[in-house]
Design a protein around this ligand. Structure first.
Ligand code: DAK
Length: 257
């Protein structure tokens, strides 16, 4: 599909490719992402996933306003459910997902970045939830994930005013992991992806699950989840290898299990 480019490998990349519409998400793109994520989920050779936008202007400027303009309630509900499923699938992928934000990440674009584990942003990136200016509210999870990530006060202000913010502010607020020069975005993102790919994939998977519990569970349940997950790792090959390699002063050779 032309609107989505998928480059497969140990470090795989999804590029939303509708630069003329600033990579806005329509139903076809969301369905194609769903299909690609299903393949990624079942391909053990994929260790890290990068998500980015084509061109130099936008990561994703939101859900496709032209497509939403004529939707009635039933289509609107189906569209928001499809978007929610896609964001949820990113969160539930057993591998780390990095958003490489090259430009506008607005509405559904910010929501997509929020569903990723890490965000590297170009100095040119601009973020925001401008839905209020269209007479709607964020519909792909922003009202829940944004306050979890940057706190209620800022999220309320951003969602109620619809104002944009830059990458530096995103970094100061704990949304963005690193801000880089535009020409360094992909090299820096790949460097981070390679670092992650060098770890035990199995331990990373458990770390992601436990970190997710911090957002979805009460603290007591989350702490129990961590104990059980931590305990379970002691039955696994990579735990034995990691500790043995440390004691033998050599690099670990991970089996990812
Ligand atoms: N959808 C469709 N096309 C878009 C678009 C979008 N979100 N954003 C930009 N484009 C298109 C523009 O229409 C224009 O197309 P042409 O006129 O050239 O054909 C082209 O991209 C270039 O945009 P501009 O000419 O506007 O470029 P500027 O540099 O002047 O401005 C901008 C860039 C990013 C500031 C501006 O394009 C803009 O404000 N875009 C809209 C951003 C926005 O509002 N994003 C949030 C979208 S709403 C729900 C389901 C989902 C959602 C909510 C509810 N339910 C069903 C309940 C999620 C909603 C959203 O994400």
């Amino acid at each position: 599909m032309e609107d989505l480019i998928f480059e497969s490998g140990a470090i795989s990349t999804i590029t939303i490719n509708r630069p003329k519409a600033l990579n806005a998400l329509n139903r076809a793109v969301l369905e194609e992402i769903t299909r690609v994520l299903r393949d990624v989920r079942h391909d053990a050779s994929v260790r890290v996933l990068i998500v980015t936008g084509a061109g130099d202007r936008a990561f994703v400027a939101g859900a496709d306003i032209a497509a939403m303009a004529d939707m009635e309630i039933v289509e609107g509900l189906e569209f928001t459910r499809l978007g929610h499923r896609v964001m949820h699938t990113f969160e539930e992928l057993p591998i780390p997902v990095i958003a490489a934000v090259n430009g506008f990440a607005l509405g559904g674009g910010l929501e997509l970045a929020l569903a990723c584990d890490l965000i590297i942003a170009s100095e040119k990136a601009r973020f925001g939830q401008p839905e209020i200016n269209l007479g709607i509210i964020p519909g792909f999870g922003g009202t829940q994930r944004l306050p979890h990530r940057i706190g209620h006060a800022r999220a309320r202000e951003l969602i109620m005013t619809g104002e944009m913010f830059d990458a530096k502010s995103g970094c100061e607020w704990g949304l963005v992991n690193k801000v880089v020069a535009p020409d360094q975005l992909i090299p820096e993102t790949r460097k981070l992806a390679e670092k992650l790919a060098s770890k035990s994939g199995f331990a990373l998977r458990q770390a992601k699950a436990a970190l997710r519990a911090a957002a979805t569970m009460e603290e007591d349940a989350g702490l129990r989840f961590e104990q059980n997950t931590f305990g379970g790792l002691f039955a696994c090959a990579d735990k034995r290898e990691g500790m043995k390699a440390f004691l033998e002063k050599r690099e670990a050779k991970w089996q990812h299990k």
